[in-house]
Design a protein around this ligand. Structure first.
Ligand SMILES: NC(=O)c1ccc[n+]([C@@H]2O[C@H](COP(=O)([O-])OP(=O)(O)OC[C@H]3O[C@@H](n4cnc5c(N)ncnc54)[C@H](OP(=O)(O)O)[C@@H]3O)[C@@H](O)[C@H]2O)c1
Length: 166
């Protein structure tokens, strides 16, 4: 059986998600939520996102890395030649998380069931990769938290869960 497909992403008001191969902001509460939601589930990501992980494969989760390069290998991770093949590796699993980056989100949003968002209140001028537009005709807000201020960076953020409308 095909798993539920959840996208998890932290996004600025203009859709920005990263710059120079890194996240826009590193907010501990966001990283904690990411860990809590994804722990125990397979995580699927593009090759560039895998290479941006500071400590390599994420522990406690099956890491599946998508690359067009058939000889690409990743320590402690499985590889797949396409998003469909990555999802097919998870047949029988209840839920998988698509964890980025921009190329993989663009491909996955059409088949995702749920968007686990972190909304930031600001962007950075040199952001260079973006999440696709979230169409309110397709997605309904299931949960939206309060805005929280990150003391360290001053960035305001909030968590939202969106579900595909039936
Ligand atoms: N804000 C967030 O929540 C968040 C989350 C994750 C990542 N990010 C950010 O996103 C940025 C990275 O995103 P990105 O778009 O540059 O890279 P990416 O999506 O992580 O990886 C792109 C790579 O994935 C492979 N790929 C993409 N489409 C494919 C397809 N259809 N079939 C097979 N392989 C495919 C290719 O690998 P090969 O070149 O090896 O073929 C491609 O170069 C970074 O700045 C990162 O920090 C942000």
């Amino acid at each position: 059986m095909k798993p539920e497909i959840d996208i998890i992403v932290a996004v600025a008001p203009d859709g920005a998600i990263g710059r120079r191969g890194d996240l826009l902001f590193h907010i501990s509460a966001d990283l904690r939520r990411f860990k809590q939601l994804t722990m125990g589930h397979p995580v699927i990501m593009g090759r560039k996102t895998f290479e941006s992980l500071p400590k390599g494969a994420l522990p406690g989760r099956r890491n599946i890395v998508i690359s067009r390069n058939a000889s690409f290998t990743a320590p402690d991770a499985e590889t797949a030649l396409s998003l469909d093949k990555a999802i097919a590796l998870c047949d029988g699993v209840d839920k998988v998380f698509i964890i980025g980056g921009a190329q993989i989100y663009a491909e996955a949003i059409g088949s995702a069931d749920c968007l686990c968002l972190t909304r930031f209140d600001r962007t950075l001028p040199d952001a260079d990769c973006f999440f696709p537009a979230i169409d309110p005709a397709v997605w309904s807000v299931d949960e939206a938290g309060e805005w929280i201020s990150d003391e360290k960076s001053g960035v305001e953020f909030r968590f939202e869960t969106l579900r595909r409308k039936q």
